[in-house]
Design a protein around this ligand. Structure first.
Ligand code: SAM
Ligand code: SF4
Ligand code: FES
Length: 348
């Protein structure tokens, strides 16, 4: 298959191929070409970031959400969720534990919970920045106004994760009964303009998703050029409209990760918890496909199991200190090393 080799060499050398070639590539992948893609993806990552894996401590501070994304286990309409909201002091205690474990990035994530007003979040950001010198603060609280994002940036927040979820408008609209495709994208552009390092991303294996939809994700990301890109499998969550659907396939996520590494070579790419949930070696496989970030959970042990975005989520019974050691062993098993620094993206 001469043509596959040519297309792959071009993608590796130029970090771009035309969309038609990308579709053709996905339709014609064989074992040899898959291995070649992973090899190119690793080489590309190593060229920019070396063999380091950046660590982020994730604090899931509220599972209260006003939205109803049909895939998500903590959607508002799911009555089987034991809802919680951590106080400022509880969040700071998680940061303290994380700081002592060596983390220098905290990711504050929640449902769309308006109880956390602009000023409460700004106050929290300032407190974290003051108490834990040198840390980067990442927010992942969903869609808010330009003005709110701006105030949070002024309060010291460095990064914002807001997956675009899927670049297909029709699929997006099916999955988000109360969502707005254009607003979600606009939020990403707003965040970038304000000066945040932004994280977009998508799920693989969503019911009804095709190769064409996934190719749209790659070209949207190429254009957006975000600092980080979170890619994980869709996993069904019981109590949701998609609770009985099939999960995405690990192999498909790996290919999308590697192609993303080749298309957006300087992006930071997490080996997601969802990958570790589907396959005991899922995160290691993601690192071998070009990923270079992990986000171990720093939430209090009592709330970890309540942030069930999907069924059988790993690490929900494990202490943060245990995960810190466990993940390092896993990273080392791939030949990579932990980097506890802030881990800023090379994209400016
Ligand atoms: N509420 C914020 C938002 O939606 O951006 C942040 C938290 S939300 C739970 C974080 C991410 O979880 C979403 O962007 C989505 O991609 C992912 N997620 C939710 N349900 C999932 C599922 N069933 N399988 C895999 N990922 C899921
Ligand atoms: Fe809420 Fe985010 Fe889940 Fe959507 S994905 S229901 S916004 S927590
Ligand atoms: Fe949490 Fe392994 S990373 S138990």
């Amino acid at each position: 298959m001469r043509r596959i080799q040519d297309v792959l060499s071009q993608l590796y050398a130029e970090n771009y191929i035309p969309k038609d070639d990308m579709i053709w590539l996905l339709e014609n992948l064989d074992e040899e070409s898959r291995e070649q893609i992973f090899d190119y993806a690793r080489k590309t990552r190593d060229k920019y970031y070396g063999n380091k894996v950046f660590m982020r401590g994730l604090i899931e501070f509220s599972n209260i959400c006003s939205k109803n994304c049909i895939y998500c286990g903590i959607r508002a309409a799911n009555k089987n969720v034991d809802r919680y909201r951590l106080t400022k002091d509880e969040i700071l205690a998680c940061c303290k534990e994380g700081y002592e474990l060596g983390y220098r990035t905290f990711v504050l994530q929640s449902g769309e919970d308006k109880w956390y007003t602009t000023s409460k979040v700004a106050d929290l950001i300032s407190a974290i920045k003051e108490l834990f010198p040198g840390v980067a603060v990442t927010l992942s609280l969903g869609e808010r106004s330009y003005q709110e994002y701006k105030l949070w940036h002024e309060a010291g927040a460095d990064r914002y994760l807001l997956r675009h979820e899927t670049a297909s408008r029709s699929l997006y609209e099916k999955l988000h009964p109360d969502g707005d495709f254009d607003n979600r994208r606009q939020c990403l552009y707003n965040l970038k303009e304000i000066g945040f390092q932004i994280g977009a991303g998508f799920m693989v294996g969503l019911p009804g998703q095709t190769y064409y939809d996934l190719v749209e994700d790659l070209y949207f990301l190429k254009e957006l050029n975000p600092h980080m890109i979170g890619i994980g499998p869709f996993i069904p969550a019981s109590g949701t409209p998609l609770g009985k659907e099939k999960s995405g396939k690990v192999e498909d996520v790996l290919i999308m990760l590697a192609l993303t590494r080749l298309m957006v070579p300087k992006a930071l790419l997490p080996a997601t918890t969802a990958m570790g949930t589907l396959d005991p070696k899922g995160r290691e496989k993601a690192l071998m496909a070009g990923a270079n970030v992990v986000m171990p959970n720093l939430s209090p042990i009592a709330t970890k199991r309540k942030y069930q975005l999907y069924d059988n989520k790993i690490c929900t019974g494990d202490e943060s200190a245990h995960c810190r050691v466990c993940i390092e062993k896993r990273i080392n098993s791939t030949g990579m090393e932990v980097d506890m620094g802030r881990g800023d993206s090379l994209i400016h």
